[in-house]
Write a protein that binds this ligand. Sequence first.
Ligand code: PLP
Length: 408
Amino acid sequence: MDHAQTTVIDALIAMEPTVWLNPSLRPAHTVLRSLPYNRSDLDDAAQRLERLSPVLSRLFADTADGIVESRLTRAHGYRKGGTLLLKHDNDLPIAGSVKARGGVYEVLCRAEEIASEAGVRDLDSSSAREHFSRHHLVVASTGNLGLSVGITGRAFGFSVSVHMSRDARAWKKELLRSHGATVVEHEGDYSAAVRIARKSCENDPTGYFVDDETSSRLFLGYSVAVLRLLPQLEDLRVRPTQERPLRVFLPCGVGGGPGGITFGLKQLLGDAVECFFVEPTHAPCCTLGFATGRGADVSVGEYGIDGLTAADGLAVGRASPLVMPIMEQLLDGSCTVRDDSLFVAMEQLWRVEGVKAEPSACAALAAIDQVRLASPRNPCADVAWLTGGSLLPDEEFRGMLAQAASFS
Ligand SMILES: Cc1ncc(COP(=O)(O)O)c(C=O)c1O
């Protein structure tokens, strides 16, 4: 193992912020040819979402046109120097986080499967609801995927069980219960909750497990984001090139959301985009998997890293075995940030831009300066993908702002 990798691993073990630059990075067009998914998979997912948008618009008042999409804006006062863009997935309809992209898409796929077997046409008809009510969706989550699958699944009439890891916030559990989902609470970490949830489905003939670690449907649902990002960049007159790429920062838990978006970005922009995963110093499963070369086979616990972070959405100890091999030669890098910097970024984002995001979502902002120092290229703009937060109850948010004040 070379010196750079060892240095990164030492920093990860010490739970200090670090930047890993991918030594195996290859030109996007070469790597994309060898992946299990291609451009037409992305387009198929987009077409399904488009076709079913009338159903979503009838079921969810917050999707006016049935499209689950967020704004891209220029940050005005947040940071001096360079162009900073904010991608507002914290405001996504239905579930208020990036996990709405994958979760809504997977529930739609499942609903269409059942409706087609039953010979039912309209997914929101009473006869479709009757069929869905006899089917069970199961998911394990640190919170936001649970909200996404739970709220969507219940709106279609499915029975839904959400297994929540120890890091999940109480308000997310309450919100799910208010939608009629069953919440199963676990003392263990996220990987343990996934294992138990997956097992609970094995002997349930009506059960369907939405597998955050291995689901192609989730992955492709996330990737669709990029088709709408391109016109948004054009509207802001941001034109990435290979010499001046767009640099995108993606908060990362198991890797599904950021992996799907990276796959999509590289499909559309090739080497005119750089993608970085961002993880908490206490739960750096993907960065550790990359730097050790052990991918999803390694857990942070093996290296004495405790997995304890206030970034509940990113509190994951082992990466996705689906995503890690796809990222091997495609992802530009990955980095870790301290919990206190998440809170400081969250407070600043609220004070300066008036944007409400949860600590996990602010990982993107916390990473920018450190990657700028480590990476040789000069981007045309940085994009902070704000991955969640609009559903945060005001009281919770006020408590977090108070916590931020103690760090600054
Ligand atoms: C707010 C937020 N950001 C980012 C992520 C990361 O997504 P993934 O676990 O797919 O890497 C999550 C996951 O739940 C999340 O809740």
